[in-house]
Design a binder for this molecule. Structure first.
Ligand SMILES: Cc1cc2nc3c(=O)[nH]c(=O)nc-3n(C[C@H](O)[C@H](O)[C@H](O)COP(=O)(O)OP(=O)(O)OC[C@H]3O[C@@H](n4cnc5c(N)ncnc54)[C@H](O)[C@@H]3O)c2cc1C
Length: 468
């Protein structure tokens, strides 16, 4: 049922003191509204229970970012655009900057606030996994004074928080001690994609002497609250990253997610996606630390930015064999750095047609085989990368290889194309399990899954390509 504006009252007292006084006088009666991007969606759907709204939008006390030697304190009323543009956030808290970049479109980023994202308490909210891994703390304010608590304790259940009815969230504080960490953030499944559930990861780590010295991993959308994977972190710390560790980490993630009761129906699928995201992070941590010299990355990209259209096409096609994708990438030059390159690739990939996607899919060899169905689309580089991606297939037992070949055939009969999976870091039994699960998909869901896998393959190849 539509909401009737006459049933609602909204006031804007204009100062923090006036607002907390009002909340204290009638606790639970007045509901704060900041950017309104969540509240107004509820209102439009006729699902806003509150009738009295108090505006906290653009309140100076909530709209500043303060930096001290120890921490950065982001006012709850800061928008995603404020956060994206802040230099220290960009250089020291890239996971939060990525979350701000991903949250809706530009209009939403100009209006939506970090405080609204935290208090709205959706398990799918993009900024929350980043706040978990950065050990952030919240400052809550009321007429009784301020209190400070770890963000990790704030969300107590689905859409439940420790905020009292007379309190406002004033700021979120992030300690400045993670800038030396390798960081990795990914969001799987666009908000408007109907076929793929969204899971997001925010992770930090660093290696020392070939082993993981520290690692911090959080996921969104896999539980009623954003989830820090402390057991997985314990398993990984102090070890070298190899296929055995990836296997242990995936199992630890799957155990954690499958033990969450209220999302049981999708737990298996989410556990598989979450395990892949954690493995992808660990693979990247392994290959980027101590990392390619930033200078080398710059050189490869600078040369590519300067080269002719034809040369640029030839250079980038091994990363993804769709000509339309390569043309789209070349048209976006110059690209400033690795993250601009990956972002351009993701956007270009999602703008393509189904037949462009098919061209990319066909360039891969079948899982378990060496050459693709379309030999002319294979360059020496893509052959080499395919072999690396499938390196675990050689070690598989004969029975598993036969089962894989059978499942490949069944897949091709059913969907009329080869099975695409980002095989890097996955064992053959894992690939087989994924293949069997995806055989149950309807055509549209499967197309989106294959497209997402190709996107991941392309991203990993782009990063390899940058290393020269
Ligand atoms: C088109 C669209 C796309 C979106 N895309 C994404 C996305 O990709 N990722 C994502 O995470 N979210 C997304 N959102 C959700 C939304 O934009 C964010 O959650 C945003 O951060 C909410 O902030 P706001 O200021 O608009 O909150 P509001 O709607 O004003 O408030 C949300 C809730 O928080 C409370 N609140 C707000 N500020 C405070 C405070 N300081 N103290 C106490 N309570 C407070 C309000 O009372 C309300 O309950 C999207 C929304 C839309 C409409």
């Amino acid at each position: 049922m539509r909401s009737n504006p006459a049933d609602y009252e909204m006031i804007a007292p204009g100062s923090l003191y006036a607002i907390v006084s009002l909340l204290a006088k009638e606790p639970g009666v007045w509901v704060p509204i900041a950017g309104g991007t969540d509240v107004m969606v509820q209102y439009a759907a006729g699902k806003l229970p509150a009738r009295k709204l108090v505006s906290i939008w653009n309140l100076p006390e909530l709209r500043r970012i303060e930096v001290t030697a120890e921490e950065i304190r982001i006012g709850a009323g800061c928008t995603y655009t404020d956060i994206r543009r802040h230099e220290i956030v960009g250089s020291e808290f890239p996971l939060l900057r990525s979350a701000a970049r991903w949250t809706g479109g530009v209009a939403n980023q100009n209006r939506g606030t970090i405080g609204g994202n935290i208090v709205n308490a959706s398990p799918a909210a993009d900024s929350l996994p980043a706040l978990l891994v950065y050990d952030s703390e919240l400052i809550l304010v009321s007429i009784r004074g301020e209190r400070r608590l770890p963000y990790a304790s704030f969300h107590t259940g689905y859409k439940k928080t420790l905020l009292a009815t007379d309190e406002l969230l004033q700021a979120v504080c992030l300690p400045r001690r993670f800038s030396g960490y390798f960081s990795h953030a990914r969001k799987v499944g666009a908000r408007n994609a109907q076929a793929i559930s969204k899971v997001c990861i925010a992770a930090l780590g660093h290696l020392g002497d070939g082993v993981v010295e520290d690692v911090r991993i959080a996921l969104g959308s896999v539980a009623p609250v954003p989830l820090r994977l402390t057991e997985t972190e314990k398993i990984v710390r102090g070890k070298a990253i190899d296929s055995e560790l990836l296997h242990l980490a995936r199992n630890a993630v799957a155990d954690k997610i499958q033990s969450i009761d209220d999302i049981r129906s999708t737990a298996r699928y989410r556990a598989a996606v979450a395990g892949n995201l954690v493995a992808e992070f660990l693979n990247r941590l392994n290959s980027e630390q101590p990392g390619p010299e930033r200078g080398e990355v710059k050189d490869v990209l600078a040369r590519w930015n300067r080269s002719s259209v034809d040369e640029a096409m030839q250079a980038i096609l091994p990363c993804c064999a769709s000509k339309a994708w390569a043309q789209g990438m070349v048209a976006r030059r110059p690209l400033a750095d690795e993250s601009a390159l990956v972002a351009a690739s993701n956007e270009t990939w999602h703008s393509l047609t189904q037949s462009d996607w098919m061209q990319a899919f066909q360039s891969h060899p079948r899982i378990g085989e060496r050459s693709s169905l379309e030999p002319q689309s294979q360059t020496a580089r893509s052959v080499e990368w395919s072999a690396q991606e499938q390196e675990n297939v050689g070690h598989a037992e004969a029975a598993v290889k036969i089962a894989l070949a059978d499942a490949n055939q069944e897949y091709e009969r059913r969907f009329n194309r080869i099975f695409i999976v980002c095989a890097t870091g996955k064992s053959v039994p894992e690939i087989l399990e994924i293949l069997r699960r995806r055989l149950k998909n309807d055509a549209e869901t499967e197309l989106h899954e294959a497209g997402e896998q190709q996107r991941q393959i392309t991203e990993l190849r782009l990063r390899k390509w940058l290393q020269g």
